[in-house]
Structure formats: C-alpha cells, structure tokens
Ligand binder design. Structure first.
Ligand SMILES: Cc1ncc(COP(=O)(O)O)c(C=O)c1O
Length: 420
C-alpha cells in the first residue's frame, strides 16, 4: 500500500486518520517505515532528510550506534515493569547534577502528564488557584493548559478546545510573551491569587520565538515577589543547547522544571522536578497524588541514559555549525524577500512575513498558507520539515554537512516555488 491507501484505512481507525493532530496535512500525510541517522524512509522507499527529528526528541539521530550499543548493554528488556529499578536512579542523578534546580523529580510518560502534575502541585503548595500562561505557549493537551495554546491547537484555529469546563479556563490567565509590562499588570491586580507562571523559555509551538534579554529573569523576580512558583517548561529546550537546561544559560532558578523528549531518547517520557520542599508534597511523602504504571519504565530509562551519555561527550558546537550552514545558504535569499528565519542555535523556523516575529500576534501575521506550500515543496524534494508553521525544526548530531547543504538548498528552491 502507498501513503494514500494507508490513510484511507487510517481514517476509519483514527480521528482525522492520525494519532496526534500535527501529523496531519492534506491530502494525506506520508507514511514512514524506517529511519537511520538523519534520514527517514517512507512506505514507497523514498528517503527524506529529516529536520523534524521526532519533534526534537531524536537529537542523537536515529539508530546512533553508540546510543544503541549502550541501550542494549543495559538489558532493560530483562527487567520487570512497575517496580523500582536502578536505571531510574542513574538517570535521576544525571539529570539532577546537570540541571541543579531539579533537586527532586518524578518521571512521567509524556510532557503533558508532567505539566498537569506540576500545576496541581503548584496549586497545592501555594494554596492558590490561578495559573498564568503565555499566549500560544504550549504545555501539552490537558485542560489546565489548553487555553490559548500553540502547536496543533493553533493550526486548527481552536485556541481552546470544546470539552474544557469554563470554570477551569477561568483559572488560567493569558499573558503576552516577551511583554514584562503585561505580566506585571496581571500580578499587580491578581498577584496574591497566582499559584504559578508556566512558560517555555523559548516558545517552540508557534514557530520559534526567543525570549528578549531579561524577560525570563523578570518573570522569576515577579514570581519571587508574590510567592508564586515559576514552572519552566523545558520539554523542548532541556539538553538541546548543551548538556544542561536553558535555565542554566540564562541564569534562572525555576521552582519547578518540566522535561521530556530528549531525556527519553525516543521513548515516551516526561518529568517534573524542582525544589525539594515542593516536590516532597508528592505522594507518598506528601498528599498530592500522582502515579503511573509505566513511569520510569526500564526501556525509557535505558534509552534516556544511553542518549545522555552520548550527549555528555558530544560537541554541541557541531549543531550550531550545521544550523549556520542552513542560515548561510538561506540568508541571501531571505534578505531579498519578505521572509524571517527565527533561530536559536539548532532550533529554527521560517515565517513568510516582512516583520520581526517575537510573540503570538507577530507570528500569526505570517503567511501560514504559503508555509504549507513551502513544506510540501520540501517534502516533494526529499526534505521533511515539521509539518506546520507553528512548530520548530531541529538539527541533530547525525546530520552530516553534505545533507544539511542539500536540505538547505531544497528549502531555498521551495521558498521560491511556494510563491502563489
Ligand atoms: C513545550 C512543551 N511542553 C509540553 C509538551 C507536551 O509533551 P508530550 O507531547 O510529550 O505530551 C510539548 C510537546 O510538544 C512541548 O513542546
């Protein structure tokens, strides 16, 4: 069967034919069968250079030999499930020592779960109800955070979803990213009721939007002043820009941190962690309930450990050099046309707009229909970008310079042919 035939079957089985909305694009998504290094292969045997890399999770590449050898060495498949295991301790120690604000943590099976539990915990710890989140900030797909959310929710024009009780949406206040004045005003009027501010350090689900200098430190200061918790969602940024969190780069010390993606090395994972006195409120040491049959399962812990071991020894400058290559190829073209490339080291996105993209409103002003034409042109020519304007693209350690050059050249041509 080809992709279109698979999709016919899939539509009968899955809503919209997919198991996560951002995987869909018309008329049907391409179905993939294999991956090696930086290349993914579809069901017809066509190869694509992948700049999505499992939405950033596969930073070490697919089938990385060093990672795979280490992964297999741990014999995770001989371990029982649902019981304490030694791998969770090893991975926990590695994470805590590289991101010191995470004194204590809980593993979950997704970023969504982790933000949900962190918010419950923040509410319990502060005895307050209100959560502040950023316009188009994305923290997974549960009720507390699906209010003016980014990613697929934006693609489909449903900033908040039906099925979420208004009472819950009323506990979430939306602030404009990169606008300290806005959040100061929110704290000025409701500060004593705010349990937490939850924020991605770099917005990664509305394209890529970097925090202005001092913005994240400003958020931390406000939270400290009002006794609210700062929850830093590093699901994308954790271990992406070096063997650390983005918090270590900007010098902030969040109360709680969320991790996911990279720390699972391609297996389902999430984590929330932070200050000991807060985390100790989690059951069974405290009363805030949280659990999971598959939490810290051996396969995930082994994949996470193998990946982190590889990353610890890796030269992250390599990723920057490869992203520079993309930028250098695209730059002359971008400068001549109304195109913006937002990039933070190895994470980037293209916007078809003549103006700076620094928040929700400026991102929405870009031509997202042209973006989809651009995406499809790339796809046709063997480059798989993240399938949506409101996503990020990622460079990994198994992108060789030759492929990066080919992919960037395809992108350049696709920008041209995506004109009306
Ligand atoms: C910043 C951020 N937080 C949370 C999530 C949710 O993670 P998951 O998809 O593992 O539930 C995502 C997913 O892309 C994310 O980018």
């Amino acid at each position: 069967m080809n992709s279109s035939e698979f999709f016919t079957e899939a539509k009968r089985l899955f809503p919209g034919g997919v198991n996560s909305p951002v995987r869909y694009y018309p008329p049907n998504p391409v179905y993939f069968r294999k991956a090696l290094g930086d290349t993914i292969v579809d069901v017809d045997g066509r190869e694509y250079i992948d700049f999505n890399m499992g939405f950033g999770a596969m930073i070490a590449g697919y089938g990385n030999r060093e990672v795979m050898d280490e992964f297999n060495r741990m014999e995770f498949n001989l371990m029982p499930l649902g019981v304490p295991n030694e791998l969770e301790i090893l991975l926990g120690m590695e994470i805590s020592s590289s991101i010191p604000s995470i004194e204590m943590m809980r593993f979950t099976n997704s970023g969504t779960e982790a933000t949900m539990h962190a918010i419950r915990l923040a509410r319990a710890f502060t005895g307050r109800k209100i959560i502040v989140k950023m316009n188009a900030g994305f923290h997974g797909s549960h009720d507390y955070v699906l209010v003016n959310a980014g990613s697929g929710a934006l693609t489909f024009g449903t900033p908040s979803s039906p099925g979420i009780p208004q009472e819950i949406a009323n506990t979430v206040i939306i602030s404009d990213f990169n606008n300290l004045g806005d959040i100061e005003a929110i704290f000025g009027s409701r500060g004593e009721e705010i349990a937490a501010v939850i924020v991605e350090p770099i917005l990664g689900n509305i394209g890529v939007i970097k925090p202005d200098d001092g913005y994240l430190r400003g958020l931390q200061k406000l939270c400290n002043e009002y006794g609210s918790l700062l929850i830093l969602d590093e699901v994308i940024t954790g271990f992406r820009f070096g063997y650390r969190g983005y918090q270590n780069i900007v010098g902030i010390n969040p109360d709680l941190t969320i991790l996911g993606k990279i720390i699972g090395g391609g297996m389902p994972v999430g984590l929330f962690g932070g200050k000991r006195e807060i985390m100790e409120m989690i059951s069974p040491s405290g009363k805030v309930y949280q659990s999971g049959t598959f939490s810290a399962n051996p396969a995930t812990m082994a994949a996470g450990l193998a990946t982190l071991k590889y990353l610890k020894a890796a030269d992250y400058h390599y990723l920057n050099r490869m992203a520079d290559l993309v930028e250098n190829i695209l730059n002359p073209y971008i400068d001549e046309h109304e195109i913006v490339m937002n990039r933070v080291e190895s994470m980037f996105q293209i916007f078809f707009t003549g103006s700076r993209v620094y928040n929700y409103k400026s991102a929405m002003a870009a031509d997202s229909r042209r973006f989809m034409r651009f995406f499809k042109e790339c796809l046709k020519n063997g480059v798989y970008l993240s399938p949506g304007q409101y996503e990020s693209n990622f460079i990994g350690f198994m992108h060789p310079p030759e492929d990066v050059e080919i992919a960037a050249t395809v992108m350049e041509g696709s920008i041209e042919s995506s004109r009306d």
